[in-house]
Design a protein around this ligand. Structure first.
Ligand code: PEP
Ligand code: MG
Length: 543
């Protein structure tokens, strides 16, 4: 309960996931967008931030030793000394003291305090009229970047989890961005809403929020500066309205509004003859929902999400147990295991991948798996074991394939990893989500057994529009002539090759597109389990 009556403030953002909720704020301390992003901390949150500073100093120090040794070996002793000097500055007790003082006195997060303290050091040194000393100023800028880089890759956490967050229900998570890590990390039974400063409609986290049926609004820049842990909040995921300190009248208005029917759980309907509707599975809850909705299989199992949730990679045995369980749960209906699609917004903080300027075009999907063969090989072995069962058959799908050469290479790494196994039938498919691969669908069909079109990424890369950026979401729209032209080409290529093609992006879960898909010869889609019934109904009318 808030002691004093606070003034109601209404703000409007981008509606990501439908539904309304009233609850208390839980702040989540992850900053992905700006080093200067600030949020308030208090109580145990302060200790948590100080611990983050200490851990970041430790990790950055360890990295500097590695860099020092590498530079000494490759360039020379004198050049390597720069990094010894940086380490001394980093570990200076005065520096730590100033950062800690800034956190405790200003009630701000560690990233913000580090930026403030190191920027002021840098500015003071730059102002000194001495070439040698002002040149040293850049060391402070570099140390700042090193610390922020480490902090950005740390496993983030809830700010106030010792307060209501851990015990209370009805919490509304407020974060910089609704990252997939955050979504999988959070107990959906306790969480009734997401409010974020950044994030696009088809970001992975927005997809997850919709799959969980949790209302979400994004694009509210600076919102974390207006609230603290425990603030009362109302969220309307249909209109994008968020009310801070809502009055009883506003709550009554919104929650009784007739503009939206009360949320009902979808009811399963029978499959439609000639049009297969499978399920996309990212979280364990999706699998239950997929069975409840009588899906005709799992058309996209996003295997990376459980790794993200665990914050570590699994051993081959652990993966085998998981995959075996899901294959058995689907009782022979078939599961398409997409190999780990890591990178971009699905960063794995525990991997400590160096931060990239443009991660959506960087180390991700098939490219990352080829760079981390150990990760690919372990997953390949676990999957091969699933197919060992007598007459076993599994489908694996490679993410973000860019061309035939890359497919041939990654498939050979997969097969090489399992060459000593007595495996069953393995079908190798790809995601069509990068335009270069879509344009060479005919050539790829000569190599692959099946494919699925990932319209979420295809839209992003075809129109050069970031799926995670709420500022350009008005332009994130696949429904344009050139998109359907490309879709048609892929469908024709599949028919000529006589090989299966499905569609598994969010577009397939929208009934308004089903006619176009059927007209081009697509007879199989994979959608979020909650969308299965609507899609079947739409298809039934057209078949
Ligand atoms: C897609 O890109 O459309 C897709 C289904 O994959 P993901 O959403 O996991 O990137
Ligand atoms: Mg994709």
């Amino acid at each position: 309960m808030e002691k004093t009556k606070q003034k109601e403030t209404r703000i409007e953002g981008l509606a990501l996931s439908k539904g309304r909720a009233v609850g208390k704020v839980c702040l989540f301390n992850e900053n992905r967008h700006s080093n200067l992003s600030m949020y308030k901390v208090e109580g145990e949150g302060i200790e948590r931030e100080i611990a983050r500073v200490d851990r970041a100093i430790e990790i950055a120090g360890e990295r500097l030793v590695v860099i020092h040794d590498r530079v000494e070996e490759r360039i020379g002793k004198a050049e390597a000394e720069i990094f010894t000097a940086q380490k001394m500055i980093l570990e200076d007790s005065q520096l730590r003291k100033e950062v800690v003082t800034h956190i405790t006195e200003e009630n701000v997060n560690a990233d913000y305090a580090i930026t403030h303290v190191l920027d002021s050091y840098e500015a003071r040194l730059q102002a000194i009229d001495d070439e040698y000393i002002s040149a040293r100023a850049t060391d402070f800028g570099e140390i700042k970047r090193r610390l922020l880089d480490v902090m950005g890759n740390m496993q983030p956490s809830l700010q106030c989890d010792k307060k209501h967050c851990q015990h209370g229900k009805n919490r509304i998570i407020v974060a910089d961005e609704l990252t997939p890590t955050l979504t999988v990390d959070i107990d959906p039974d306790l969480t009734i809403g997401f409010v974020t400063e950044h994030g696009g409609v088809n970001s992975h986290a927005a997809i997850l929020a919709r799959a969980l049926g949790i209302p979400a609004v994004s694009g509210l820049q600076g919102v974390r500066g207006l609230i603290g842990c425990g603030t009362n909040l109302l969220i309307d995921g249909s209109s994008g309205v968020v009310i801070i300190h809502p009055t009883d009248e506003s709550i009554a208005d919104f929650m009784d509004a007739e503009t939206e029917a009360p949320r009902v759980e979808p009811v399963a309907v029978d499959p439609v003859k000639g049009f297969e509707v499978m399920a996309n599975v990212s979280l364990p809850a999706d699998l239950d929902e997929c069975i409840r909705m009588n899906a005709e299989g799992v058309g996209l199992y996003r295997t990376e999400f459980e790794v993200m949730a665990a914050g570590r990679f699994f051993s081959e045995d652990e993966l085998f147990d998981r995959y075996d369980k899901i294959a058995k749960a689907m009782a022979g209906k078939g599961v398409v295991f997409r190999l780990f699609d890591i990178g971009s917004d699905k960063a794995m903080p525990f991997m400590q991948i160096p931060s990239e300027e443009n991660p959506a075009l960087g180390w991700r999907g098939a490219r990352l798996l080829l760079g981390r063969r150990d990760v690919l090989e372990t997953q390949a072995r676990a999957l091969a074991r699933i197919s060992e069962v007598k007459g076993g058959r599994i489908k694996i799908m490679y993410p973000m394939i860019i061309d035939a050469d890359q497919f041939v290479e990654i498939k050979s790494v997969f097969l090489n990893a399992i060459k000593d196994f007595n495996y069953g039938e393995i079908l190798h498919g790809i995601m069509f989500e990068v335009p270069s691969a879509c344009l060479m669908a005919r050539e790829l069909y000569e190599l692959i057994d099946f494919a699925s079109i990932g319209t979420n990424d295809l839209t992003q890369y075809l129109f050069a529009v970031d799926r995670d950026n709420e500022l350009v979401s008005y332009d994130y729209n696949p429904d344009r002539a050139v998109f359907w032209k490309l879709m048609n080409q892929m469908a024709d290529a599949a028919q000529e090759a006589g090989k299966p093609l499905s569609v598994c992006g969010e577009l397939a879960g929208d009934p308004q597109h089903i006619r176009k898909l059927i007209d081009m010869g697509i007879t199989s889609v994979s959608v979020s389990p909650r969308r299965i019934t609507d899609i079947r109904k739409a298809a039934a009318e057209l078949m």
